[in-house]
Write a protein that binds this ligand. Sequence first.
Ligand SMILES: Nc1nc2c(ncn2[C@@H]2O[C@H](COP(=O)(O)OP(=O)(O)OP(=O)(O)O)[C@@H](O)[C@H]2O)c(=O)[nH]1
Ligand SMILES: [Mg+2]
Length: 433
Amino acid sequence: MFGNIQSNLSKIFRKLRSKGRLTEDDLNQGFDEIKRVLLEADVNYEVVNKFIEDVRERALGQEILFSLNPGQMVVKIVYEELVDILGKAKKEIFFKGNPAIIMLLGLQGSGKTTTAGKLAVLLKKKNRKCILVPADTRRPGAVEQLKQIAEQANVGFYEPDTDDPLEIARKAPKVAYINSYDTVIIDTQGRLHVDDKLMKELKQMIKIAKPSEKLFVADGMTGQDAVNIADRFNNDLDITGVILTKLDGDARGGAALSIYSVTGKPIKLIGVGEKITDMEQFYPDRIASRILGMGDVLTLIEKAEEGFKEDEAKRLEKKLKKAQFNLDDFLSQIKQVKKMGSLGSLVKMIPGMPAKGIENVDDNVLVRIEAIINSMTKEERESPEILGGSRRKRIAMGSGTSVQEINQLIKQFDMMKKMMKTYMKGGKRGLPF
Ligand SMILES: Nc1nc2c(ncn2[C@@H]2O[C@H](COP(=O)(O)OP(=O)(O)OP(=O)(O)O)[C@@H](O)[C@H]2O)c(=O)[nH]1
Ligand SMILES: [Mg+2]
């Protein structure tokens, strides 16, 4: 997620931090570079301009030029301003009425139907009883697609007896109520472009169904286009929030960074993969830290908690905090990660792990890491610093790997530990700079 923007920004910050003192020229040059990176990521032009002006004003106003660590100060300001334009705080899905109605809106292929299933899975965890309603009756196969997704999510499905979306919007809530569903998720039709006919139909549906949430589903890969369309939907239909999909790919970040500032409507959830469980709450602070390349220990811990037994997660969290992290933890974490699927995305959240290239960590590599660690004694796993040449040779023999691979593993482990220490020193929200 946001790999390019992340690596470009860290280059700029590294440069700024490498200077003991910063002149006004240094700062202005830094801001120009940040501006370029944001524009390259397809962030809306006006949003970028305002962002840079806000950062500049704060930076120059805070006597940054004389502060002890000016580079760090700049990063802190950029981080806080990023959190602001991303929407400040997380926003929950809002439920009103029985059943509560959630409508998913958006262009063709943005991910509405997939999102309907993901949302139902997410809400099930909050004890909501969902029924999926197909109001997209025009595209062949659309009803069937949603039906299969409902089966997969193991939630209710409304079988329409008409092709008229308005009729469906009228009947489905009643059927849901009779069958004790408390949440109705309506999947609507997408069009290639925004057109008046679509808007008119959606407006009528909204009038009939009275949804408490009108969520605009936007393709996170598309940058400013998504923002313009969101703006149009918002003007016509007064959307209540946004779901950004496909952030697992190489989304440049433009949509995520602009959509709240342009529409005033918060991003509530993000889609991070094709699987039905690949949806997350959107946390502006966590995304900002991810964009700044800090890794995302918080999200990692939260994900881990779902997969781990509760006490195992607590133990890990404690260790993470103290940065007492040994090779056993490294291994058990990798094993848990394996269970949780989507390895690439999880590993990327570990602080210090480079965003690029890590996607290539495949199961084969994991098996070898596991073999290496299993060939170590208990003492060696707890204190890897005792691993001298002869021990490494023995472990290589025992695990069927090579000394180089062991060297590499230890190097990665050391790097991760070091990054965690730095990160944790500043508290959970601190900056590792
Ligand atoms: N990688 C990834 N793919 C996604 C995500 N969300 C949706 N997709 C994919 O995007 C494609 C389109 O998704 P749909 O849910 O069918 O989109 P839609 O908005 O319902 O499309 P129409 O019904 O044609 O308007 C599918 O191949 C999905 O698997 C996501 O978060 N990540
Ligand atoms: Mg669809």
